[in-house]
Design a protein around this ligand. Structure first.
Ligand SMILES: N[C@H](CCC[C@H](N)C(=O)O)C(=O)O
Length: 290
């Protein structure tokens, strides 16, 4: 397979590689993802692989690959990077994409911010999915730490196309060892497809502070779908309004749960440098200085 162009980008510090597989039948293999992530300059959280469209009315099919080689259904920060890359290339601002999670829309506005419509959240236990039935997923039984004094417990769970658990805390989110608890919770038997794990402090109804341990990627500077999950979980547990600023380690995202049930995510995207990569092996070269 010959090399394809890629862009190294980030969405609030969420490390993203946008790979251009348009016009090819190739896919980024798990082995390639692992090899790319093993090199310091291309350590990433997600690869967004842009493919030819599969469905009329969409511009591209976007496949999302985590740094452990697994596939993700959705990635909010990565979609903003894709929108920015295509806006720069094509000179248009609005796009309709297809991902494993379905059809979604993205738009770059005049101020350079990018809004992605991430679709509707899902709350039924089998949609997330959970391995046991919970009639009400606003709080599910799950805890870490001593049984009589759990450090984290009773998360709200939701699917934003991908599985999320939001643990509510009163203390500073930085006082929790998410690097220790994250892997245990991500792989907990309650989550048959694993899950993205977040801790959230509601500072005000319109302001959430959030840290996320991402499924297949670990601690990240930002996780867009986790910000969306925190907002919808906050609104349905009456902690937050339907629109809030979500402060993640990399900066601020704006999330809104619209009356039509769709959730929009707004924030920046940043281009860093470009290169060419082999989607089968992950070997790459840089084509231009930053
Ligand atoms: N960084 C992404 C989330 C990737 C989700 C992925 N870790 C998974 O669901 O496996 C975001 O901005 O939404």
């Amino acid at each position: 397979m010959s090399d394809v162009p890629f862009l190294k980008m980030n969405g609030l510090g969420n490390q993203i590689i946008v790979a251009d597989l348009r016009g090819t039948n190739a896919r980024v293999t798990p082995e390639a993802a692992i090899a790319i992530n093993a090199r310091a300059e291309t350590r990433f959280d997600q690869i967004m692989a842009i493919h030819d469209p599969r469905t009329p009315g969409t511009i591209n099919y976007v496949e999302i690959i985590n740094s452990d080689g697994s596939r993700a259904q959705a990635c909010g920060n990565g979609m903003r990077c894709v929108v920015q890359a295509l806006t720069a290339e094509l000179g248009r601002q609005r796009f309709t994409f297809e991902t494993l999670a379905g059809i979604l829309f993205g738009e770059e506005t005049e101020d350079g911010q990018i809004t992605v419509d991430m679709g509707s959240p899902k709350f039924a236990w089998y949609e997330i999915p959970l391995s046991e039935e919970f009639a009400d997923t606003r709080y599910v039984e799950l805890q870490v730490g001593p049984i009589d004094a759990p450090v984290l417990h009773s998360p709200s769970v939701a699917s934003m196309g991908n599985p999320h658990a939001t643990f509510w805390v009163k203390d500073d989110v930085w006082s929790f060892a998410l690097d220790r608890f994250g892997p245990l919770l991500e792989n907990h038997p309650l989550f048959p497809e694993r899950a993205n794990i977040s801790i959230a402090e509601v500072v005000r109804p319109d302001h959430i502070v959030l840290r996320t341990w991402e499924r297949g990627a670990g601690l990240t500077q930002a996780c867009g779908t986790a910000a969306c999950a925190a907002l919808v979980n906050g609104a349905r547990t009456r902690r937050t309004a339907r629109k809030a600023t979500v402060t993640v380690p990399g900066g601020d995202l704006i999330v809104e749960w619209l009356d039509n049930d769709h959730v929009t995510l707004t924030g920046p995207a940043e281009f860093e440098w470009r290169g060419n990569l082999n989607p089968t092996t992950g070997a790459w070269t840089r084509s231009e200085a930053a």
